[in-house]
Design a protein around this ligand. Structure first.
Ligand code: AMP
Ligand code: MG
Length: 313
C-alpha cells in the first residue's frame, strides 16, 4: 500500500473512518491508530507493527464524554486521576464495556484510556469521531518514534497515512495506572511521576516487578525500545569507553571521543532525545551506546525504566 503524508487532521481522520490505520503525533510519542470498534482495522495495527497479539492497545479520546463508550465502570480512583491529569500523558486502566472488541485489549477485560493534550492529536481525534486505539507507531521492539520521519522509516508502505507534526515534546510513552484493583498501581512509569500521582491518590503503588501484576500488563514482558546497537547503562560518565563506533548520551560531558554524542541539560531533555538518538546511532553504524544513569525521581524513573529495557533487549 502507499502511505499518504499529510499535515491535515481531517484528511488523516478520513482514513480512520474508512477502516484504515494512521500514525499521528501526541505529546508522548507518535501513535498508530485505528477505530477501536473496527476489528479488522485493529488487526491491521498488529500486522503492520508485527506486534505480539497478547500486547494490549491504549484507546485515545478527544473528549471526556467518550469514556462512556469504552467503560461502564470507572472507579473513584480513576475519576480523580482523570479530573486531575486529562488531557495529558496519563493512561488509566479500567474495566472495558462489552462492546469494546477483545482484539483491542489483547483478550483482557480491561482497557487503557488516555486523552492526549497535543493540539493536532486532539483535532485528529475529534475528526475521527470515535475512540482510536493506538500503540506507538514503530515496528515492535524498536525505539518508539518521536518524529514523523522515524515512523516513515519503520512503517512506510505498511500503513495508510502519517499525520505529520513536530517532534514530540516528552519523548517517552504515557504513565499507565491500573485502577481495577483495591489500590491503584503504576504499571508503566512516564512523564506524570509517582510523586505527581500521589498528590491526588496518596495510596497509589509503584509497580514492584511482581509477576502477578505483570500478567495484568502483558506488554511489559516483551522486548522493547531496542536499537540494533548494544545499549550499556553506566553509573559514571568515565565508564563509557571512547571510540568511533561508540556513542554516549547523558547529562555529564565525557572527556573521550565518540562517534555520536548527546549531552543533555536535564532529565527532561534526555528523555525527549533518547529514542531519536538510538535511531541516529543505528543509521551511523554505531556498535555500542553508553547511557548515563539519572536519579530516579520525576521523569528520571521513566527514563531509567526505558534504558534498562533497551539494555536488556
Ligand atoms: P504501547 O504499545 O507502547 O503504546 O504500550 C501500550 C502499553 O500499555 C502496553 O504494552 C501495556 O503495558 C499497557 N496497557 C495497555 N492496555 C492495558 C490494559 N488493558 N491493561 C494493562 N496494561 C495495559
Ligand atoms: Mg510501544
Amino acid at each position: 500500500m502507499e502511505t499518504s503524508l499529510t499535515t491535515d487532521p481531517e484528511e488523516a481522520a478520513a482514513f480512520i473512518r474508512g477502516g484504515g490505520i494512521v500514525a499521528f503525533p501526541t505529546e508522548t510519542v507518535y501513535g498508530l491508530g485505528a477505530n477501536v470498534f473496527a476489528e479488522r482495522a485493529v488487526a491491521k495495527i498488529f500486522e503492520a507493527k508485527r506486534r505480539p497479539a497478547d500486547n494490549p492497545l491504549i484507546a485515545h479520546i478527544g473528549d471526556a464524554s467518550q469514556i462512556d463508550e469504552l467503560s461502564n465502570d470507572v472507579p473513584a480512583s480513576a475519576r480523580v486521576l482523570i479530573d486531575e491529569f486529562f488531557p495529558g500523558p496519563l493512561t488509566v486502566v479500567v474495566k472495558k464495556a462489552s462492546r469494546v472488541p477483545l482484539i483491542a485489549t489483547a483478550g483482557l477485560e480491561t482497557i487503557g484510556i488516555r486523552m492526549p493534550r497535543h493540539d493536532l492529536a486532539r483535532a485528529f481525534l475529534f475528526a475521527c469521531g470515535t475512540p482510536v486505539v493506538a500503540p506507538s507507531a514503530n515496528i515492535s521492539g524498536r525505539p518508539s518514534p518521536t518524529t514523523w520521519q522515524a515512523v516513515l522509516d519503520d512503517l512506510d508502505g505498511r500503513i495508510d497515512c502519517i499525520l505529520q507534526g513536530e517532534a514530540t515534546a516528552i519523548g517517552l510513552e504515557s504513565t499507565v495506572v491500573d485502577c481495577t484493583g483495591a489500590v491503584p498501581c503504576v504499571l508503566r512509569p512516564g512523564a506524570i511521576s509517582i510523586e505527581d500521582l500521589r498528590r491526588v491518590v496518596p495510596e497509589i503503588e509503584a509497580f514492584s516487578g511482581d509477576t502477578s501484576k505483570a500478567a495484568a500488563s502483558p506488554g511489559m514482558l516483551h522486548k522493547h525500545y531496542s536499537p540494533r546497537a548494544k545499549v550499556v547503562v553506566v553509573n559514571q560518565v568515565s565508564e563509557a569507553a571512547e571510540g568511533d563506533e561508540a556513542a554516549f548520551i547523558g547529562i555529564g560531558e565525557p572527556s573521550g571521543r565518540f562517534g555520536r554524542m548527546a549531552v543533555c541539560r536535564s532529565a527532561e531533555e534526555y528523555a525527549r532525545r533518547v529514542f531519536a538518538f538510538f535511531r541516529e546511532c543505528d543509521q551511523a553504524g554505531i556498535g555500542v551506546i553508553y547511557c548515563e544513569c539519572v536519579e530516579e525521581t520525576g521523569i528520571g524513573r521513566a527514563l531509567m525504566d526505558r534504558l534498562r529495557r533497551a539494555a536488556a533487549g
